[in-house]
Design a protein around this ligand. Structure first.
Ligand code: PNW
Length: 492
């Protein structure tokens, strides 16, 4: 006699599952199901030497803003300005990583992660941005680096993740002045001398595009220093940031160990063919070059495209040939921060050769308003960067999502939406590596919930949930998912 599932059975089964109790049917199914991914894993595998890691940034996690001689940054001032941050939060304590870094390294270990991307706070090292270095400035990072290495985790350091020393903003207008590009080069030289005996991979600047457009321009989000510069000045800021990157590359080469590898971490405007026809694919390559004209293109090619200069017209930045040479100093790798498709592209017969398709209002998003769901961006961003600029080493320096994580009655965080996001995005990343696109590693943003800039503590991006009142860290379901994926080196 066949057993019909009654509504009552179903309620009981669901209740048992929610309570974490094994019920026979569920267990039998789990066994059958788990056999299938193991068999499929061969096709879903990543290269054997693929680097799995997590990422964070200084101001978002450290706290301890006055410890060991740190000077103020533009994020201290900005987050203490009324009405700038959702919920009124600031990074004064953040998630207290400055004091809890050992515990946090254990969280990375529990995932089986082999790499960690963190950022160094410039104003810990040079409290006024330039001049006399603070002798204790790198002490914290030295402790962190040593502990990472002792735990078998490779440190990847970012030199600038948006926390400009306030003194440079006050004195020269921050990135509006070339003095800041030069100061950044000097800071990079100082750090390179002191960490490249142990840190072999350095990212210069995190997401030029985001902090310039949102901090100095008119982005949909606002970031420090919260200025709205007219177009010509904005383009000049852009140029100074690219120049700062180039000066840092040269400074690291001149002052670091010879085996140091340098790159950038850019929020590349990912251009995805709306439908994968040969003509649309070609259009997405053209769009990749044009829509990244202010950073990636000038950094990797040493020139602004004709279309970029024509579009900027009289607002174009002023620059010299010598500056373009510095900006395009060769890098060892390119880091791509990929959260979503910025543009869907189709072929066009006009002079541009591509057209951008508008997003319908019903296009799906994650918990942050700006975060559109388009897993194929994690294939097309590295694919087009490799194709257009012949880049040989790519890291996904950030990818991840916010989700409305709330501990359930059992204290667990069942972030099925983050697991869904990850499973789909990483399937597309695996498509890239299986086609030989040279992606060497992936850093999940973020290790743990943290200070999400203008969204304060109201948007959570972590694999670990942080109770901001007690600083307790709890693995979410997505941490378990990422751990399984790393263990299998395949999408599970
Ligand atoms: C990145 N957008 O920022 C940053 O590198 C991280 O510090 C940040 O926490 C993370 O992504 C999540 O937001 C972005 O509006 C901020 O397109 C905004 C956008 C993209 C990236």
């Amino acid at each position: 006699m066949s057993h019909r599932f009654t509504r009552r059975d179903f309620a009981g089964a669901a209740g048992a599952l929610a309570a974490g109790l094994a019920i026979p049917t569920a267990k039998a199914e789990a066994q059958t199901v788990s056999a299938t991914p193991a068999a499929l894993a061969n096709d879903r595998r990543f290269p054997a030497d693929f680097v799995w890691g997590t990422a964070t940034s200084a101001y978002q996690i450290e706290g301890a803003v006055s410890a060991e001689g740190r000077g103020p940054s533009i994020w201290d001032s900005y987050s203490h300005t009324p009405n700038k941050i959702r919920g009124g939060g600031n990074g004064d304590h953040a998630v207290d990583h400055f004091h809890r870094y050992k515990e946090d390294i254990q969280l990375m270990k529990a995932l089986g992660a082999k790499a960690y991307r963190f950022s160094i706070s410039w104003s810990r090292v040079f409290p006024a941005g330039v001049g006399t270095p603070n002798p204790q400035g790198l002490d914290f990072y030295n402790r962190l680096i040593d502990e990472l290495l002792a735990s078998g985790i490779e440190p990847f350091a970012t030199l600038y993740h948006w926390d400009l020393p306030q003194a440079l903003q006050d004195r020269v207008g921050g990135w509006a002045s070339q003095d800041t590009s030069k100061a950044f080069g000097d800071y990079a030289a100082h750090v390179a001398q002191r960490i490249t005996d142990r840190v072999k991979n350095i990212f210069t600047i995190n997401e030029c595009g985001t902090f310039v457009d949102f901090g100095y321009g008119r982005g949909p989000v606002e970031l420090a220093p919260g200025l709205k510069l007219p177009q010509p000045q904005l383009n000049q800021v852009r140029h100074h940031v690219a120049l700062g990157h180039g000066m840092a590359v040269q400074a690291i080469r001149a002052n670091g160990r010879a085996d140091t590898r340098v790159g950038l971490a850019e929020n590349v405007a990912s251009c995805v063919p709306a439908i994968e026809t040969p003509a649309n694919i070609r259009a997405s390559e053209i769009a990749t070059r044009e829509m990244n004209g202010g950073y990636m293109t000038v950094i990797l090619e040493g020139r602004y495209t004709d279309a970029f200069l024509a579009y900027a017209g009289k607002n174009a930045p002023s620059f010299t040939a010598e500056e373009l040479k510095i900006i395009s100093s060769p890098v060892d790798f390119v880091g791509l921060n990929v959260y979503m498709p910025q543009y869907y592209v189709v072929a066009s017969g006009d002079q541009h050769g591509f057209a951008l398709v508008p997003f319908p209002t019903s296009f799906p998003r994650m918990d942050s308003d700006w975060l559109r769901i388009g897993p194929e961006a994690l294939y097309w961003a590295p694919r087009n960067v490799a194709k257009v600029w012949n880049v040989k080493q790519i890291y996904i320096s950030e990818n991840g999502t916010s989700a409305a994580d709330r501990p359930a009655g059992d204290g667990k965080i069942h972030d099925l939406d983050r697991v869904m996001y990850l499973r789909n995005y990483l399937t597309h990343l695996q498509r890239a590596t299986s086609e030989g696109i040279p992606v060497r590693g992936y850093f999940h943003w973020s290790l743990m919930d943290n200070f999400e800039w203008s969204d304060g503590y109201e948007k959570r991006f972590g694999l670990y949930h942080v109770d901001f009142a007690t600083q307790k860290r709890t693995p979410k379901l997505s941490a378990e998912f990422y751990r399984s994926l790393i263990a299998a080196n395949a999408v599970v």
